[in-house]
Design a protein around this ligand. Structure first.
Ligand code: BDR
Ligand code: CA
Length: 311
């Protein structure tokens, strides 16, 4: 199985992404590293353990990472995810403790211990932990198999400012380091995830599946409300699970290998992912920037893998 580390700030859609990976035998989740994002670190590090426990996978280590962006105050998204970050189900105190040590140290250690080129990083929150690890231990960059991240937006543009997507906006300096690192990079932007929508039938299918499905239904029920009111969309965009879908079925996506730069200085555009779709800049490509997803294919795959956890 392909080894992955999910770097996360759960988040209802983070939770679904984690469960999607756990339900997929092609993937081995080595660890979850948590970061401040949707809600502060105190909550994301607890939420990650709650998600694992719901899937009966309290054996997977959860590390707590950075509690603030590299150079800016933390911006959170309780307006989307609720006060806890995982509103929509009754939360409980997880039985498994946090793993010892800082997430950045864990990332460095695991990448050095595992064979070079055998570990894929899946960041689905702000990129603070990954950038800090790359800065502190540049030798690990060449050992990363691939980075598959949810973040950015170009054609569909922003969800936290008119120009920027939340994960990149929260820590643009970190994003800049990761995008310039030279590690093979696939970017799943809002352009893709705004098509990866739930619908009422799907939520009811989930609710009928068992304990994992019920949690997913509770979360997406909650999450959906925001998008319906804000964008008039018919369901909740499953942003973060798209990264897992790319690992399993890249044929469900279309994109281009292009240059993508991160704006860190803009008066109105800080956090923008400037994607050179038409290759007009002459700058070297550094990312596979995805643009389209087969929505039905995605939902079918997700359903199969989530319901497998209830069997
Ligand atoms: C991203 O921001 C968070 O709110 C979601 O979990 C997702 O990772 C979408 O912009
Ligand atoms: Ca997230």
């Amino acid at each position: 199985a392909r080894k992955i580390i999910i770097d996360t700030d759960p988040g209802q859609d983070d939770a679904v992404a984690i469960l999607f990976a756990l339900g997929s035998p092609e993937l081995e989740v080595l660890a979850l590293t948590t970061v401040a994002g949707n809600v502060p670190l105190d909550q994301t590090r607890r939420n990650a353990r709650i998600v694992l426990e719901i899937a009966g996978r309290g054996d997977i280590p959860v590390y707590a990472g950075c509690d603030a962006p590299l150079a800016r105050p933390l911006v959170t998204a309780e307006h989307v995810h609720g006060k806890t970050g995982l509103d929509g189900i009754d939360l409980f105190e997880p039985a498994a403790p946090l793993a010892d040590g800082h997430a950045v140290d864990a990332l460095i250690r695991i990448l050095r211990e595992e064979p070079a080129g055998s570990v894929t990083l899946v960041p689905i929150g702000p990129l603070t932990n990954i950038a800090t690890a790359f800065q502190r231990a540049p030798d690990i960059i060449a050992r990363v198999q691939e980075i598959v991240l949810m973040g950015g937006a170009y054609f569909e543009v922003g969800n936290i400012t008119p120009a920027a997507e939340f994960n990149i906006f929260v820590d643009p300096e970190a994003a800049k380091i990761v995008f310039a690192s030279g590690a093979p990079l696939t970017v799943v932007p809002l352009d893709v995830t705004h098509d990866a929508l739930t619908n009422r039938d799907w939520i009811e299918t989930m609710r009928a599946s068992g304990p994992v499905g019920r949690a997913v239904a509770g979360w997406t029920d909650f999450f959906e409300r925001y998008d319906r009111e804000k964008y008039g969309s018919e369901g909740a965009p499953l942003h973060d699970p798209c990264t897992i879908a790319w690992l399993l079925r890249p044929d469900l996506f279309q994109g281009r290998h292009i240059n993508v730069e991160i704006e860190t200085q803009g008066e109105f555009t800080t956090g923008m992912t400037v994607a050179d779709w038409w290759r007009v800049s002459g700058r070297a490509p550094n990312a596979m920037f995805l643009r389209h997803i087969d929505r039905e294919g995605f939902l079918a795959l997700l359903t199969e893998r989530l319901t497998a956890l209830d069997r």
